[in-house]
Design a protein around this ligand. Structure first.
Ligand code: HEM
Length: 254
């Protein structure tokens, strides 16, 4: 008799190799499933149980999950783009041309990265609006709202720093205008501009700074804050599913 895929998966999860890595075998009961979630470094960020209603599409429109999806695509395509890109003035623009005319699927890779970046900016604003509209920013979730604001800023900074990397006219003048706007900040403006560009001009130093910010510092900060954001949902009693009705729900909201 043909064995189902579930049986194969159960056998795999019951094997010695699997248990040596994940410790627990297939979930036998709700309590055991809770243990499986709690003892996994990635899964323990999430709640072990959720109210059924919060899984409805109408509650979140899955906008947070879609924003996270766009971020994952950006990380994967970004790492692949790093294999073809040199952050130096003589090479940056020609690397872009090589992606277009020499590297196989280079245009696809670059456009996937670009469109996912646009999508992430749109999705993060839509997610913020949806959270606000259903009042999920109220206590006890106010700290997660603040973490969300940090994530919004990181998303915008990621977009801005990525803009300079093609080193074309659009990039050069956009960053010239952007850094001049930053220099209009009272008292500290010129220091901020100097810190951003690594000097007074948009040149090789600025390109290197934007590259390090775009490919290392900001993505790592985003990963850290996304992890806190997810963990915090669990600590705040799961996603907000509207005003609590039962005594147990009122207790959990407190
Ligand atoms: C990189 C950006 C972000 C990612 C990947 C992200 C991801 C998520 C996910 C997956 C959820 C759970 C499901 C959902 O509500 O769709 C969530 C919930 C939440 N997010 Fe975000 N988020 C981001 C930015 C933001 C921003 C900008 C805000 C607001 C300023 C925010 C505030 C919240 C709050 C308060 C919740 C809890 C909602 C509840 O308990 O029902 N997030 N986020």
């Amino acid at each position: 008799m043909a064995r189902s895929l579930t049986t194969y998966l159960d056998d795999l999860r019951d094997s010695r190799v699997w248990r040596s890595i994940f410790r627990s075998g297939p979930g036998q009961s709700n309590l055991h499933r809770a243990l499986v979630v709690q003892s996994n470094v990635f899964l323990h960020l999430f709640s072990v149980k959720a109210r059924k209603r919060v899984l409805d599409f109408s509650v979140t429109w899955y906008l947070g999950a879609l924003t996270f999806g766009a971020f994952l695509i950006l990380v994967i395509t970004g790492v692949l783009l790093m294999l073809y890109y040199h952050p130096s003035v003589p090479l940056a623009y020609s690397d872009m041309k090589d992606l277009e005319f020499v590297v196989s699927s280079g245009v696809f890779l670059r456009n996937l990265h670009r469109w996912s970046a646009h999508a992430m900016v749109l999705l993060v604003f839509a997610h913020l609006a949806k959270v606000f509209y259903r009042g999920a920013y109220r206590p006890p979730r106010e700290f997660n709202w603040v973490i969300g604001v940090v994530l919004l800023l990181l998303t915008l900074f990621l977009s801005y720093t990525g803009y300079l990397l093609p080193w074309d006219q659009l990039a050069f003048w956009a960053v010239t205008v952007g850094s001049n706007i930053a220099s209009a900040v009272p008292l500290l403006g010129h220091h901020i501009r100097f810190l951003m560009l690594g000097g007074n001009l948009v040149n090789a130093n600025a390109l290197l700074r934007f590259y390090v910010l775009h490919c290392m510092i900001l993505p790592l900060a985003a990963i850290l804050f996304i992890a806190i954001h997810f963990w915090r949902i669990r600590k705040d009693g799961g996603l907000y599913a509207g005003a609590p009705t039962t005594t147990a729900e009122k207790e959990a909201e407190r």
